[in-house]
Design a protein around this ligand. Structure first.
Ligand SMILES: NC(=O)c1ccc[n+]([C@@H]2O[C@H](COP(=O)([O-])OP(=O)(O)OC[C@H]3O[C@@H](n4cnc5c(N)ncnc54)[C@H](OP(=O)(O)O)[C@@H]3O)[C@@H](O)[C@H]2O)c1
Length: 282
């Protein structure tokens, strides 16, 4: 597995397993399959309501904790200066872990600058190995950079061939921020997976179109964690390190018209404002 060096010196595996929209029961069924297939990098979040099940699968795998790279994320209800420290502790408690490899502020709303200071404290205390942001645009990222003693290690945003984020990556390049791409396969969008450029390259390399898109991500240096409940897809998604797209092929993919799947609103949408009681999971 390829890893990237983050700006704090820690390493992050290029490919992982995402758990968005997976119930605890689905995690209990499919995460052990993913771990058996070879996944060691797992992406979850407070708001996925499946951290207890994620932690249980990790512990019950019998594989040493340090072989895993585990990410979670906090929602804005947890950002206030008075709650951020205890919310980080509660996240670790739900997962049953002593430390997280990466914790992100999931949404760019509310008291995110205060939260960043709490993230920095938790990193200094060894509870978090690395820290980052998700769904922050340039202006909001700049607000974090203005107060930060620790530059974020990671920015997790939508990235796929329809939203390659080249402008954002260019802007942040001097900071050494690693980019993680959510919706790496367009959330399974068939129209993306069946684009002629991908079917043609799939034929040429004897791979699936999903594998071609994931290979594009690797060559773009995007960290991705496609979500799948299908063991064959789990194996396919890891099997992308034995071929390489040419510069011309990368350029063809990068010429795909840009059309993001989701526009992050400036103000918090209703689903973010809804009260979340993360104790309601098992
Ligand atoms: N920070 C954020 O705000 C945010 C937002 C969204 C997602 N995320 C993270 O990013 C992860 C990935 O995003 P996502 O789950 O929404 O979308 P995704 O990974 O782009 O797409 C998942 C879909 O692709 C299909 N798929 C996976 N592998 C495939 C393959 N080899 N061939 C064909 N189809 C395949 C899956 O179906 P099958 O189950 O049938 O394989 C599933 O329907 C999430 O799980 C989560 O960890 C973060």
């Amino acid at each position: 597995m390829i890893s990237y060096k983050m700006n704090d010196g820690n390493s992050i595996p290029a490919l992982g397993y995402g758990t968005f929209l997976m119930s605890s029961a689905e995690v209990a069924e499919h995460l052990p399959e993913a771990i058996a297939a070879g996944y060691r990098h797992i992406d979850t979040a407070n708001a996925y309501f499946n951290e207890v099940a994620v932690g249980k699968a990790i512990r019950e795998s019998g594989i040493p904790r340090e072989e895993f790279f585990v990410t979670s994320k906090l929602f804005p209800q947890s950002y206030g200066a008075d709650v951020i420290d205890s919310e980080i502790d509660a996240t670790l408690e739900r997962l049953g872990l002593d430390y997280l490899d990466l914790l992100l502020l999931h949404q760019p709303y509310g008291a995110y600058t205060e939260a960043w200071k709490g993230m920095e404290r938790a990193k200094a205390a060894g509870k978090l190995r690395s820290i980052g942001l998700s769904n922050f645009n340039r202006a909001k990222m700049q607000q974090i950079l203005d107060v930060a003693d620790i530059t974020p290690q990671v920015l997790q945003i939508e990235i796929n061939p329809r939203n390659n984020q080249h402008a954002m990556k260019e802007w942040l390049a001097p900071k050494g921020v690693v980019f993680e791409g959510w919706y790496p396969l367009g959330h399974g969008d068939k129209a993306l997976l069946q684009m002629p450029v991908f079917t043609e390259l799939a034929e040429k390399y004897g791979k699936s179109t999903a594998q071609i898109i994931l290979r594009w991500h690797v060559q773009e240096q995007n960290v991705v964690f496609p979500k799948t409940n299908n063991p064959a897809h789990m194996r396919d998604n890891l099997d992308i390190f034995d071929f390489e797209l040419t510069d011309d092929e990368m350029a063809r993919i990068n010429a795909i018209p840009q059309q993001p799947y989701y526009k992050v609103p400036d103000e918090a949408p209703a689903f973010v404002l809804a009260h979340n009681d993360y104790s309601q999971q098992h």
